[in-house]
Design a binder for this molecule. Sequence first.
Ligand SMILES: [Fe+2]
Ligand SMILES: [Fe+2]
Length: 308
Amino acid sequence: MSVQSSVSLLTPAGRHKLIEDGFYANYLAYFRKAEDTRRWKLHKDIPWELCKPDVSEDVAIMVEGYFAVESYLPDFVTEAMAMVRRSRGRAWFQANWGYEESKHAMAWETWLVTSGKRTQAQMDEYADYLSEKQWTLPYDTPRRMIVYQMIQERATYLNYHNLAARADKEGDKALATALRIIAVDEIAHHGFFYKGVQLYLTYDTANTLDDIAHVLKSFAMPAANFLWNWNEFEDVVAKAGIYGAREHIRDVQNPILNALGYDNRRDLERAALRMRIAPDSIGPQDIPDWAKEAPDRPAEALVAYAGD
Ligand SMILES: [Fe+2]
Ligand SMILES: [Fe+2]
């Protein structure tokens, strides 16, 4: 009997158990690797004395924007944990993830103040401003959320990876080091979520393809519209070639789709529809919502629809 047919014979409860067992096994492997190879100290591992006060204001605007997005950690942790609390692997992961993410906003604040690009009073004022707003989950099921998290973490990795090259060019070794260390955290987060999506694809293929198609179509970076200079930030990161619609499709979306076995978004959508539509009884009821609707990215989305 092939693996395919044995999976198709499983009950929904049997599939759920295999997915959950997989999540916990993945978390144990993730945690062990993090403990062995990836733990770092904010006060020791970044050479803050090498901050360069004359680095460009564009770089400061980008780091300040990353500080703002990473500042929504309490909402990210609370909302995600409430959704996945019954999944041992995902809940334990979220707890560990919260610790790792907590260092990111602190690193950006430390750089902004140590380099003299912002004062502590300015950072305090911004933190107060950000705390007035509350982030809520962009999707309402654990499976859609893990697809979102998989994409968002890789997009964050790309932002930091690209800005590290810019920091090198401008000669700020402190910022370049911080960006590289934190980029490794972000791509590790992406890896955990990617493996989770693979589990869902293996044991619940049709529904997972539907969810990937839906999330790809509506994806926007978290809390971006909460920045006090959102338009300026979006403009600066796009013009610097750090992250914009083109980079998102080329360096985030397509590598994920290729790794999952699809050429691009259209290819995955065709696969989702093939799984869904029975050849002899095609009707409107067989067409999922994401296939009927025009792209519905929010106006404030970082990534504009690029005809991908
Ligand atoms: Fe982060
Ligand atoms: Fe992350």
